[in-house]
Design a protein around this ligand. Sequence first.
Ligand code: ZN
Length: 308
Amino acid sequence: MKKILQLTTLLIITSLTFIGCGTAKANESAETVKIAYLPITHSLAALEEADELAENDNVRVELVKYGSWPELLDALNSGQVDGASVLIELAMKSKAEGVGIKAVALGHKDGNVIVVSNDVKDGADLKGRTIAIPHRQSSHNILVNDALAKDGLAIDDINVIELAPTEMPSALAAGTIDGYCVAEPFGAMGVSIGAGKVLYTSEELWDDSVCCALVLTDDFIENHKETAKLFVDGYKTAGNNLDADTAKKVAQKYLNQKDDVLDISLKWISYDDLDITEEQYGELSEKVKDYGLSDNPPAYEEFVKNDF
Ligand code: ZN
């Protein structure tokens, strides 16, 4: 009896193995692009593209989720992934340090806010306050500088601290910080729990602002030219397809956030027309230099690739 059982088990395992092989074979013709991302609304275009290309015969997206920018940067800089949806300033810094990457599209348009505690009266009232940003190399740092400049203040008039995005809403609620600017939906989360209010949206501070970018490694672009083109085209199409309903569905699938947080957050952002123009990049580079993020941001021609 025992022998028959063992034989049956063996047969089942063998058939399962064959079924497994069959499934793998059907996908063989499509090339896969490995993309690193953080679960934030700023990376929704890449997430939407992965869904749209799930059955594509030529190119598919393998998403690799990270928990923080430093972890994602490590993976990108060491070539563990083919590309990433990443804060453009971090990518510019890697490029300046010799990492072979190109920015091939924007992550999103607008989509940032400065959230402050309810007792902050206005922009001038930021003086002496403690404001959190996720990383010195970020448009969040630039936006805080822009907000201060509006009222004749400078970064030395406040205390700036770097804090993990997920900790910002609770730090604001606890009064440890007076405000923050960070990738979404963490600003919306602070508003949703009543810890704070929106002082400025990004478009009030910086028209046509740049924040995240889709980057690809030079290695991938050079060795997989046709796939890189299909991937970037598919990414821009996915961005154009992200209307309010579609964006919410993708966010629900990948972000693990409450619906009301997403509803607040998705009102601030858009994903259409994700080309990086020379004018936008020029303005970004000026801000990066003016606010002391970097003295030598990479030139547009070296870093941005539009000609696929
Ligand atoms: Zn962003």
